[in-house]
Design a binder for this molecule. Structure first.
Ligand code: PMV
Length: 353
């Protein structure tokens, strides 16, 4: 390789699924397609510095979070490197310094794997691009190929990470109704989206910041032999079909019903696996009930969704922002750990800095 050293910085956001990915096959292939809103404020910024070295059979890298050395992150990154080595053959030719920071508190219970793995994948693709162009001026990489391969790599770090590179809606997983969709990488949602969904808001209520009870790897694996797995995968496909019309027509009532049902189904899968888990906390249920009460008395289209944890994502249209935020402050913040919440909005994806 002709390139001796250098560095790249990418910032990449988190995302929140509307139709959930839960269950995977070998090679991080999802059992069902999923779709997510890309977030904006919740993001990871990663600087990847690389220096040429005498290559051997090992990967050589160090990891820093907020300038602090993090050896406990190394196994996950080692696994990631091992999985992507065949697609990025230069990995053993360099020593890497990975410096990363998140806009959200590290132990907030907000998964940083999607933003973190996508930022790292993009940095690695920037190196690949530089290497390719160093071979001669006629060798360049198309922007679309760059993003697609970065998403492909990010998937091998953490499945949902492949949905974090672009905005504002991303589909991952093959679905007959969605042109260009693939199990291998995320694609920008290719169809019309009604103005009701423009600048959709997501306020994340931090209910429980403790260590995750169950890693998503274990969670996905619990779908193998799960009594309801096949029905669930079918349902996710059908929900994605329905969502295409909902997104086009701007029907917020149908949107609310579909998104909340997806969140509860995700948790139902965990509650009915063996072993079983309850990842909601009492305050998660308090918040859900408050949201239902508020919606009933005000006609608001606010709704909730959940990840594999106790925190609640409160989703609402931009034109309700002032009112819903007031409701959140008056009635929901009391259920958050240390009163913590994060205001976010649908975003446009990753940026090179
Ligand atoms: O990307 P993973 O393997 O951490 O899986 C995350 C799965 C959920 O966040 C629970 C749902 C989703 O589609 O993002």
């Amino acid at each position: 390789n002709l390139v001796e050293n250098g560095s790249f910085i990418w910032s990449s956001p988190s995302n929140i699924a509307l139709v959930k990915y839960w269950g995977k096959k070998a090679q991080q292939i999802p059992e069902n397609p999923s779709i997510s809103f890309t977030l904006d404020n919740c993001k990871t910024t990663t600087k990847l510095s690389f220096t040429k070295r005498e290559s051997d059979n090992n990967f050589s890298f160090e990891v820093f979070l907020d300038d602090e050395k993090k050896d406990d992150f190394k196994p996950k990154i080692e696994t990631f490197f091992r999985r992507i080595e065949v697609y990025l053959p230069f990995l053993k030719d360099y020593h890497f310094k990975i410096e990363t920071s998140n806009t959200f508190p590290h132990s907030s219970g907000i998964a940083s794997s999607a933003s973190g793995m996508s930022a790292l994948a993009l940095c690695l693709m920037s190196i690949e691009k530089e290497l390719i162009s160093s071979y001669g001026t006629s060798n360049t990489m198309e922007e679309s190929h760059f993003i697609q391969k970065a998403s492909f790599l990010a998937r091998l770090g953490s499945g949902s990470a492949c949905r974090s590179l672009e905005g504002d809606l991303v589909v991952w997983g093959k679905h007959d109704d969605i042109k260009g969709s693939s199990d291998l990488f995320g694609i920008k949602y290719p169809y019309e989206v009604h103005a009701n969904f423009k600048n959709y808001q997501d306020t994340i209520l931090l209910v429980d910041k403790g260590e995750k009870q169950v890693s998503s790897t274990i969670g996905h694996n619990l779908m193998h032999g799960h009594p309801f797995a096949q029905e669930r995968f079918k349902q996710a496909n059908n929900n994605l079909t329905d969502l295409v019309d909902i997104l086009k027509d701007g029907d917020l009532n149908k949107f609310v019903a579909l998104v909340e049902s997806e969140a509860l189904t995700l948790h139902a899968m965990m509650m009915t696996s063996m072993p079983y888990f309850i990842l909601m906390k009492p305050n998660t249920l308090e918040i859900i009930n408050k949201i239902w009460g508020y919606r009933k008395r005000s006609g608001s289209k606010v709704c909730f969704t959940l990840d594999a944890g106790a925190n609640v994502h409160v989703l609402y249209p931009e034109n309700e922002a002032t009112k819903v935020l007031e409701f959140i402050k008056n009635e929901l913040v009391a259920y958050c750990q240390n009163g913590q919440y994060i205001c976010d909005i649908i975003g446009l994806g990753a940026n090179k800095l």
